[in-house]
Design a protein around this ligand. Structure first.
Ligand code: GDP
Length: 323
């Protein structure tokens, strides 16, 4: 592996997505000389032979595996087959091909939905596989758990330096603001903004408003990913073990969906009624990550929620037609 500050030839899988694009921005800002990306048209990561041929021809040293099919509670609930199949294909192809091509270091990005639906809060890494998953995103979660376990299996069998980071709910530039498929934070920014523009008196918020979520700005996630990958092999693997090798990435505090809705109403200037729609699912009651492992490895988030929401609102206004 090149020196820890230098990652050699880096491949960011999923660079058009919210997380992948934030990682690319960060690497470029930090002067990383060789960042390789491929659009879906150039390389379809669900196609094994294509992925293998790509890796065989590229002499890649480091991989950020941020490519995934992602979505909010409604999309996950309605398209479980797509979520499990595409994610298993993408991650299996990339991890196996990276191994075959001799990639020295890889960071697999997962999600906090890997943890049991009802877990002690905040959730530490070893809560993994201690109970049943939340049904609305079980298919996606099973794929992500398989990704972590694959990295661990390659570590045990081949000594691979394949690491995993599990972010909490992320938001920021390049998020998906489509109301059918998005997560809650971008959905509410768009709904409240549309209501202000159209003069609507009420906005519908799904579920009871009682679930609690932790939100992290994607630039903080990119910073954490770069931090984790830059740690020496000895430092990373002395903080974890090869049967529980993933690291949570969060901000350490959560808000209820009702509190989030109030914050977004205030940022967008909406003064009407917030109406809860109990016909839509609440999902997991609470998802707050224990980030002590990450903190012990020397990283802390920098972007407070209020500021992050305001900046994301500005980004949405510049990039979405009705925004
Ligand atoms: P989750 O963290 O996997 O449950 O995914 P989401 O971000 O999609 O949803 C988080 C919570 O926000 C759930 O309790 C949703 O019911 C609630 N929520 C409220 N309004 C909305 C909305 O307009 N869109 C989405 N995606 N979730 C919403």
């Amino acid at each position: 592996m090149p020196a820890s500050s230098e990652q050699g030839r880096v491949f960011v899988a999923g660079h058009r997505g919210m997380v992948g694009s934030a990682i690319v921005r960060r690497l470029r800002e930090r002067g990383q000389p060789e960042v390789i990306t491929r659009s879906r048209q150039e390389l379809d990561l669900t196609r094994q032979a294509d992925v293998e041929a790509f890796f065989a021809g590229q002499s890649i040293n480091t991989v950020y595996l941020a490519a995934a099919r992602v979505g909010g509670i409604k999309a996950n609930n309605e398209f479980p087959a797509d979520f499990i199949t595409e994610n298993l294909q993408i991650q299996t192809n990339v991890i196996e091909s990276a191994h075959r091509a001799g990639v020295q270091r890889l960071l697999f990005l997962g999600s906090s939905c890997i943890y049991p639906r009802v877990a002690e809060q905040p959730m530490s890494e070893d809560a993994l596989m201690t109970g049943p998953l939340e049904e609305t995103n079980e298919a996606y979660a099973v794929a992500k758990i398989a990704g972590i376990k694959m990295c661990e299996a390659y570590r045990r069998q081949f000594g691979s330096d394949f690491r995993s980071a599990m972010p909490t709910n992320l938001y920021g530039p390049n998020d998906n603001f489509d109301l059918e498929t998005s997560h809650v934070l971008p959905a509410l920014l768009r709904k409240f903004h549309q209501a202000v523009k159209s003069g609507a008196h009420s906005v519908a918020v799904w579920g009871s408003g009682r679930p609690r979520r932790e939100f992290l700005h994607v630039d903080d996630m990119a910073a954490a990913s770069c931090h984790l990958i830059a740690l020496s092999e000895e430092r990373y693997w002395s903080a974890v073990d090869d049967h529980c090798s993933h690291i949570n990435v969060g901000c350490g505090s959560d808000v209820s969906i009702a509190e989030l809705a109030e914050m977004i109403a205030s940022v967008t200037g909406f003064e009407g009624q917030i109406e809860y729609d109990p016909s839509m699912p609440d999902g997991t009651p609470r998802k707050l990550l224990d980030i002590s492992r990450l903190e012990a490895l020397g990283w802390a988030p920098e972007i407070p929620l209020q500021r992050g929401i305001s900046e994301t609102y500005r980004w949405m206004s510049d990039h979405w037609n009705d925004g």
